[in-house]
Write a protein of this length. Structure first.
Length: 239
């Protein structure tokens, strides 16, 4: 089963790509295939090597991180799969027919009678306001505004998810993220290890290789070539 073909199109919610689409794997891909697909695409979309605008590159990498964070864990992947199988339908409401041009909405018609109960003809100003507030013809949805809001919301979600600390009780998968414990190799690269009694360093930031770690952290190159890890001494939890 292949895990790295960009042409694969998995399940989608409407026209929104799923995490499987983002990584280019099938919904039944193994954990090893998901990891391999993430590494293959990260080497293409990583800010150190990718071409394009900074925003596009950052968004692509954030989407990869988010997809991998969800699919690499059995529990979060199972929850995600359940959501794909039973997406929540958008609520629908029956459209209210527009009154004739120059008319009034049924909800406010009771206020438009004189003391004798006779209807008050709409004034020219009222007709103009009516055309502005309730134009004739089918209602128009602000699709452009909704699309922009959806994109902004998605970017905010994936960007924040990529910064979530890695649970320290999970076995290492070799991919550095905030909270990963690391060991320094002979060539000064760092690799992920379990946050056990032997761990001495922990990752606090992962940045492009041409960026600079804050002064409080030590910079080490990720041995997979996916940026620089900014690390500090690991404080073992009290037992």
């Amino acid at each position: 089963m292949s895990s790295g073909h960009d042409s694969f199109s998995g399940p989608t919610i409407g026209s929104i790509p799923t995490h499987y689409d983002t990584l280019g794997v099938r919904p039944d891909a193994s954990t090893a295939e998901i990891r391999a697909a993430y590494l293959a695409r990260a080497r293409v979309h990583h800010p150190d090597v990718a071409t394009g605008t900074q925003r596009d590159v950052s968004t692509s990498m954030a989407e990869l991180n988010r997809a991998y964070e969800v699919l690499r864990r059995p529990a979060s992947r199972a929850q995600y799969d359940r959501e794909l199988r039973s997406p929540t339908p958008a609520p629908s409401a029956a459209p209210r027919s527009a009154p004739p041009d120059g008319g009034y909405d049924d909800q406010v018609v009771d206020t438009l009678h004189d003391d004798d109960g006779e209807p008050i003809p709409p004034s020219p100003g009222a007709r103009a306001m009516r055309r502005v507030l309730s134009p004739s013809g089918p209602a128009k949805m602000p699709w452009k505004l909704m699309a922009v809001a959806a994109v902004v919301g998605s970017v905010a979600i994936v960007a924040s998810a990529a910064l979530v600390d890695a649970p320290q009780d999970e076995p290492p998968d070799g991919i550095l993220r905030v909270g990963s414990c690391v060991a320094v190799e002979t060539n000064t690269d760092v690799r992920e290890i379990a946050c056990s009694a032997e761990a001495e360093l922990v990752v606090r930031l992962v940045i492009p290789t041409d960026a600079t770690c804050p002064a409080a952290y030590l910079p080490y190159r990720d041995r997979l070539g996916l940026g620089t890890a900014c690390v500090e001494p690991y404080e073992h939890p009290e037992t």
